[in-house]
Design a protein around this ligand. Structure first.
Ligand SMILES: CC(=O)N[C@H](C=O)[C@@H](O)[C@H](O)[C@H](O)CO
Ligand SMILES: CC(=O)C(=O)O
Length: 310
């Protein structure tokens, strides 16, 4: 039986911040920071959509119980303040993913997303589709997104192959968060899109290229602290002001280029968010290493010089 999207369901578009997971200095979940985090994004960055427990949120380093606690608190605090909460539910075990998908439905998340398992990898599009279908079936009424991030998973199934016939397998399928750099695959995926699906681009430093090809929006870690600038990029692009859009894109490239020279990773990114927002997010969880204070200070200086108004 096909379950259609309700007519009130809106397309997922615009900027979506992939949130960091607040931890205490001892490495436990710091639930009380989530309310202020939601306020920071909405009030200071103009970002009203979040993608929780993803790569930036270190989901794969968290227990299922921790992920449930976090997802619940994000949904609770976002209610009435944010427009959309995507809960990432991908795990190495199908059972854990199904458990999280069902939980996401119970807590009234707006949608779920799933990264491919990466220890045992699906060998081809058919295997990946079958796995995604099994996860989606645990929450058949929740809009479902595939999260493509080959640089981390090592799963290089082309999105355009995955999309073939997926609507019959997964009636709740609503699109892809494409965090790959293969813009040909991204481009060719549009020919397989349905009107109520979204293709969201996920490599922040080249978001404009994604927009040019037709991206409906963007999900990324840097929108936590440069969201205000990227909202300007989006509106410049919509008005056809390419010079302005490029100027903002080049600023992020300049910024990330220098951060990358200093070893930019999720741990460094998290510390930068701490420095910029003043939120208490704690260290990353091992095996990620805490960011050395000198590195964070120097990246923050660069950030301030490039994005003085954010
Ligand atoms: C590998 C990774 O974490 N990718 C993120 C989203 O998918 C991006 O938002 C990056 O953090 C961002 O583009 C900076 O490289
Ligand atoms: C960037 C992103 O979407 C993530 O951290 O999962």
């Amino acid at each position: 039986m096909e379950i259609m999207a309700s007519s009130s369901e809106k397309l997922l578009t615009g900027l979506v911040a992939a949130t960091f997971t607040p931890l205490t200095e001892e490495g436990e979940i710091n639930i009380k920071e989530i309310g202020p985090y939601v306020d920071y994004l909405t009030e200071r960055q103009g970002v009203t959509k979040i993608f929780v427990n993803g790569t930036t949120g270190e989901s794969m380093s968290l227990t299922v119980a921790e992920r449930k606690l976090l997802a619940e608190e994000w949904c609770k605090k976002a209610k009435g303040k944010m427009d959309h909460v995507v809960v990432h539910v991908g795990c190495m075990s199908l059972k854990d993913s199904q458990d999280l998908a069902l939980h996401a439905a119970q807590i009234e998340a707006d949608s779920i997303a799933v990264i491919s398992p990466s220890f045992f990898k699906p060998k081809n599009a058919h295997a990946l589709r079958s796995y995604l279908k099994a996860v989606a079936s645990a929450a058949p009424n929740l809009p479902f997104y595939y999260y493509h991030i080959p640089s981390i998973t090592g799963v290089n199934v082309l999105v355009r192959d995955l999309l073939v016939g997926i609507e019959e397998q997964i009636p709740s399928f609503r699109g892809v968060k494409f965090s790959g750099i293969d813009l040909m695959d991204f481009g060719l995926s549009f020919s397989l899109m349905k009107p109520n699906w979204s293709l969201l681009y996920g490599v922040d430093e080249q978001m404009l290229s994604g927009l040019v090809l037709g991206a409906d929006g963007a999900v990324g870690s840097t929108y936590n602290y440069v969201g205000c600038q990227f909202n300007k990029l989006l509106s410049a692009f919509e008005k056809g002001e390419l010079v302005e859009a490029r100027t903002i894109q080049f600023k992020l490239q300049d910024f990330l280029g220098s951060a990358m020279k200093l070893g930019f990773d999720v741990g460094v990114n998290k510390q930068l968010m701490v420095e910029v927002s003043g939120l208490s997010l704690g260290p990353p969880r091992l095996p990620l290493m805490p960011c050395h204070p000198d590195v964070a200070v120097s990246i923050k200086q660069k950030y301030k010089s490039i994005f003085p108004q954010c």
